[in-house]
Design a protein around this ligand. Structure first.
Ligand code: C2E
Ligand code: MG
Ligand code: MG
Length: 601
């Protein structure tokens, strides 16, 4: 079925008869027809309103049909209008010329109407098809453009997600610092470069926050997190551009200092950090004191594995902790074996707890007023199978690095309270005898402490007033904020508190004034060097005066000689403890001391 394509046809012919005939016929056929008799006019009309087809006579005055067609084709607006030539010229050359100037067809006059109509239909349908194709093409192009834009956006989004994932994989969410993976990668790259550069030095600093666990346990994780962010910001202030600072995890940070000239470059940064962190942190309502222990490993081409240098910096960090924290330590090869030893000790200690190898020893504290034993200090010992009795200073500092110390303290607390109960039940101890138990600061500021003490006192059946807790001076001062709260709750239970090793820390006197402490234990180092008119006598005198003014009692630690005892007595110290009376002894021996007392003094 032939489709009838309607359209706008322009007829150009200088013969009015032809024009009229064609115009009438085509109009009858449903075409919209315009007609002109002259070439220039045809160009103007075609440009003004573009026809779908032009029937163009060749032989015309002024410009002929060829010229008209050429000009139509040369004009961008009209170039695509199909032109059918009408001519009485029937030479092949004429036809060839008609096609060469851009005509699509050629009808010879006098024409057959059917032929003219058929050709018009053919070209209009072709034109319609072309239009449709170009319409489809432009739609297709449009869709391709849209899809391309969409794809580009999807790719950009995917890249963004990938970048984000990569960032997450290599960074710590809390502080935004690079993480361990990133650090190890950089370290590995550096080691590769270093392998070709003899004499190149770099440093890895391993930083671990001191007492961070205590902050977390007592003030909660939110405060702990904020503290970590604040710490990381302060550390950042101390490092030069090109340095890599990362959070290894938990409360550990690491710094990679590439290209240093000498060890002291790394030490300088460690000192800057220690100084920067020494000022208190204000986290919400809390003022928190913390610092870091820093291990420094100096790297050169002798290191082949990134893990090895980090391990050495870590080992040095442990040494810094053992040396009193808030300090740095440069790695030395001998530390390696020591670290291994400590590691072994820690796991053995864990077993020791399970196998009940720990024992409480008791050392009497004597009242200089009544000459009676007023309390027994429980001091832990490790009865290691195959070794001699191990003293606490060999394992408590290691246990303090982990939660193990809390288990040890709790064990000694229970043992000592049970022992007191037994002595009372046997009738060898009166109701005023107390036991003194040492607590590590980690334990002291944990929320569990009060609950654990309540449980022990209840299980054993003794009153809070029979228990004295000893905390070292430096520990209590560094944790003043939380200590204050716990101390007032201990007071509610009538549990007494002694500050151990007094004189070795840096007590703030205003703080001492505010918290209810019962005893100051004057450190052995002062008692040991006591002498007539000596400087130490003056210090002890000052401590005793201070204690009296604050309503506290004093205990002299480490009294070994009659002379020391006499002087302590003269200075009006309230209690004393030391080898002069007895070394720490097992429960059976302590029981004997309770029965016999110290008649000789
Ligand atoms: P500390 O609480 O200051 O205990 C006194 C230390 O001085 C004890 O050492 C004791 O044996 C020793 N000592 C007492 N009188 C004399 C003396 O006249 N001369 C000399 N040279 N030393 C004397 P020990 O038992 O080795 O304990 C050392 C430290 O270990 C304790 O110091 C305490 O801080 C810690 N410790 C002991 N047991 C525990 C425990 O159960 N838990 C915790 N957290 N720490 C403990
Ligand atoms: Mg003590
Ligand atoms: Mg002491």
């Amino acid at each position: 079925m032939t489709r009838n394509y309607s359209g706008d046809i322009l007829i150009v012919d200088d013969m009015p008869n032809n024009l009229r005939f064609l115009s009438t016929t085509l109009t009858e056929q449903g075409y919209k027809v315009r007609s002109v008799t002259e070439g220039l006019m045809a160009l103007t009309v075609a440009q003004a309103a573009k026809p779908d087809l032009i029937l163009l006579d060749i032989m015309m005055p002024n410009i002929d049909g060829y010229e008209v067609c050429q000009r139509l084709k040369a004009n961008e607006q009209t170039c695509d209008i199909p032109v059918i030539f009408l001519s009485a010229l029937d030479e092949v050359l004429d036809k060839v010329k008609a096609f060469s100037v851009g005509g699509v067809d050629y009808i010879t006059k006098p024409f057959q109407l059917e032929e003219v109509l058929a050709r018009i239909q053919t070209h209009l349908s072709l034109r319609a098809a072309q239009k449709e194709i170009s319409q489809l093409n432009s739609e297709l192009e449009q869709r391709v453009r849209q899809r391309t834009a969409q794809l580009e956006q999807e790719i950009a989004e995917r890249l963004q997600v990938q970048e984000r994932l990569l960032h997450l994989a290599l960074h710590d969410v809390l502080t935004g610092l690079p993480n361990r993976t990133w650090f190890m990668k950089r370290l590995e790259q550096l080691l590769q470069q270093v392998s070709q550069k003899a004499g190149y030095l770099f440093a890895v600093l391993f930083l671990d926050c001191d007492r961070f666990q205590a902050v977390n346990d007592s003030l909660g994780h939110l405060v702990g997190d904020q503290l970590l962010v604040s710490i990381s910001k302060r550390i950042e202030l101390c490092v030069r551009p090109g340095t890599i600072l990362c959070r290894l995890g938990g409360d550990e940070f690491a710094i990679l200092l590439p290209d240093i000239e000498k060890n002291s470059d790394a030490i300088k940064i460690a000192n800057d950090i220690l100084r920067e962190l020494a000022a208190p942190f204000q986290i919400g309502e809390y003022q928190v004191f913390t610092n870091v222990s820093i291990g420094i490993a100096i790297g050169s081409d002798i290191y082949k594995q990134p893990e090895h240098i980090l391990r050495d910096a870590d080992t040095a960090m442990y040494r810094a902790k053992a040396n009193g924290k808030a300090c740095y330590q440069v790695f030395e090869q001998t530390m390696h074996s020591r670290a291994l030893h400590n590691f072994q000790l820690e796991s053995e200690l864990r077993h020791a707890l399970e196998r009940n190898e720990l024992v409480a020893y008791y050392q009497p504290i004597i009242s200089l007023d009544t000459n009676q034993i007023s309390s027994f200090e429980a001091l832990v010992r490790w009865n290691h199978p195959g070794k001699n009795l191990i003293a606490p200073n060999k394992f408590i500092p290691i246990a303090e690095e982990t939660a193990l110390v809390m288990a040890i303290d709790l064990f000694v607390l229970r043992q000592a309270c049970q022992q007191l109960r037994n002595w009372r039940d046997e009738g060898v101890a009166n109701e005023s005898l107390t036991v003194s138990v040492n607590l590590s600061v980690k334990h002291f500021i944990s929320f569990d402490l009060l609950k654990q003490i309540d449980n022990v006192l209840q299980e054993v059946g003794i009153d809070g007033s029979s228990l004295i807790l000893e905390i070292t001076e430096s520990d209590i001062m560094e944790n003043a904020e939380f200590a204050g709260k716990i101390i007032s709750q201990l007071r509610d239970r009538h549990i007494q508190l002694s500050i151990d090793d007094f004189g070795t820390g840096y007590s703030s006197l205003s703080y001492l004034h505010r918290i209810p402490i019962n005893h100051l234990k004057i450190d052995r180092s002062f008692v040991m060097r006591i002498g007539k008119n000596g400087k130490n006598t003056e210090i002890i005198k000052a401590i005793i005066a201070l204690a009296k003014s604050l309503g506290m009692l004093t205990i002299a630690e480490g009294v070994e000689t009659q002379d020391q005892l006499d002087q302590i007595r003269e200075l009006k110290c309230d209690f004393c403890q030391g080898y002069f009376f007895s070394k720490p002894v097992e429960a059976v021996a302590a029981r004997d001391l309770l029965i016999t007392g110290f008649p000789q003094f």
